[in-house]
Design a protein around this ligand. Sequence first.
Ligand code: ZN
Length: 108
Amino acid sequence: MYLKSTPGGAGPSAADATATDRQALLAGVARLGRMWLERIPAADPQREHLIRMGILAESLMKTGDRSPAAMTTARMLLCANCRHLDAAPKECAGQALDRCPLLRASGP
Ligand SMILES: [Zn+2]
């Protein structure tokens, strides 16, 4: 039995998530973006980052890009926004999306 090794050194958590899980994680990122947009003032410059995060998550869902690089980009945008908004001050440690407490809490 031969196990395919992934070139490029993808992290173990990224390799563990199935395509369906990743689709759900991206949907969760888009949903959090919309939720946060409703909570912050209309003039908050952070809106631009939230909108960008939503656009990225939705375009990844459309194109079907589930590469570790795509998931990492989505995670970095989510964490940057989450920290700025202080959404999970004690729980966010920049972990992978499948271990993000915000996505777990908001998921089904
Ligand atoms: Zn985070």
